[in-house]
Design a protein around this ligand. Sequence first.
Ligand code: ADP
Length: 469
Amino acid sequence: MSRLVVISNRVPVPTPGVPPAGGLAVALSGAMEARGGLWFGWSGAKLPPGESEPSEPKITTADGVTYAVIDLSERDLDEYYAGFSNRMLWPLFHYRMELTEFTRISLSGYHRVNRLFAQRLAPMLKPDDVIWVHDYHLIPMAAELRAMGFRNRMGFFLHIPFPPPDVLTALPNHADVVRSLAAYDVVGFQTPSDVENFETYVRRERVGRRLPDGRFVAHGRAVTVEAFPVGIETDAFAAVAAASNRNALVRRVRDSLGDRKLIIGVDRLDYSKGIAQRIQAYETFLLLDPEWRGRCVYLQITPKSREEVPEYAAMEREVAELAGRVNGAYSELDWTPLRYVNRTVGRNALAGLYRQAAVGVVTPLRDGMNLVAKEYVAAQDPENPGALLLSRFAGAAAELDGALMTNPYDVDGTAGALARALDMSVEERRERWSAMFERIRDYDVTWWRETFLEALERDDEAPPSTGRM
Ligand code: ADP
């Protein structure tokens, strides 16, 4: 089996004594342990001002996997990371054209860092390495490596949505982006509708077509473009949740609730997550369903993120203000309706809190997948599972049809759905939950990794047969 090389913006370099982050990082490093592997990317550290990038990456080895990382300069990070990746691609790919900021400077920084990655990685690559590139920060990676002469199998997985052509074409360099995707052998998206968006783009912009064997030919290269919905470590997460009554934080939260029902939301503070709309829906619910006042608590756990990007600071103020308004209007001396908490919670405690919650609210305005939805399902008690309130605009909605679906732009509708979730009979909750749990157990993160790698290692060099339709 050839060695697996993973390239991603951040690299989960293992630290002795610190438990691994879990999920995706464990799944990918697990595959690399079995076959030998190299994980390359940014260290997470900034170079001191005035210092230039060293020519050798920093290397760590653990369990047969080599982690190679480079520091980036402040300017690189401003342009490549905070700039083109997070102020152009992130908002645009989440359908938020009004939040984008395109500059030639940030675009050239994006390409410069992608080239730097390719140059630093190149001396470490072997001809039969299988290369798997992750996410929107690194779309041009295969094109850079191919320009340097590498002919390896190369795959790309986009963790965020791929927008429809009317949105994508607002990106001034959309043609280059799609040409860069065509430099891979496999392009993986989260959902079939992302694949559909790609197909519509390719057809409308006349840059390619679907081949009879299902692949696409675009910019003169045959590429497999398929949906590989990312999963979680379902069994492991369920086991952690089942053992969570031993967790002190979980016990404290349970004691603080008394017999009130818990509603839980867990999201990075990001405008794609619909947190403001969700708090408004809760406010409407308290207004319209007064019998629930004093009988439920909504816990929204939201660590701050990307504080260097201005749009995030604005949203932080908006959400904090809304949270204050709801509590100001409805709090009693002995009851706070909303606990809004800007911090991260460890995996064990998080699993336990999900399990405590009668309702999980996952209402992004747009999300590539949303792993919180899957974690909430995995963590439930099979005898008395909670109800999942899920936005139709999360990638996970394509799989979790046992959820109560909601349109987060419809605040009144979401408020009504929340009341319905709280009132749902245990029979209905069990039925909905079993269907969802079965799905995420069959399609877990190992399934995702193996299916992607199979597609990437499939030998489809042979010209597609013309007889099949
Ligand atoms: P995104 O990747 O856009 O942040 P996902 O829902 O796909 O959204 O994944 C988020 C991941 O981060 C999940 O695994 C979730 O458990 C974790 N997470 C989110 N908020 C917190 C928090 N407050 N504490 C700990 N983990 C969190």
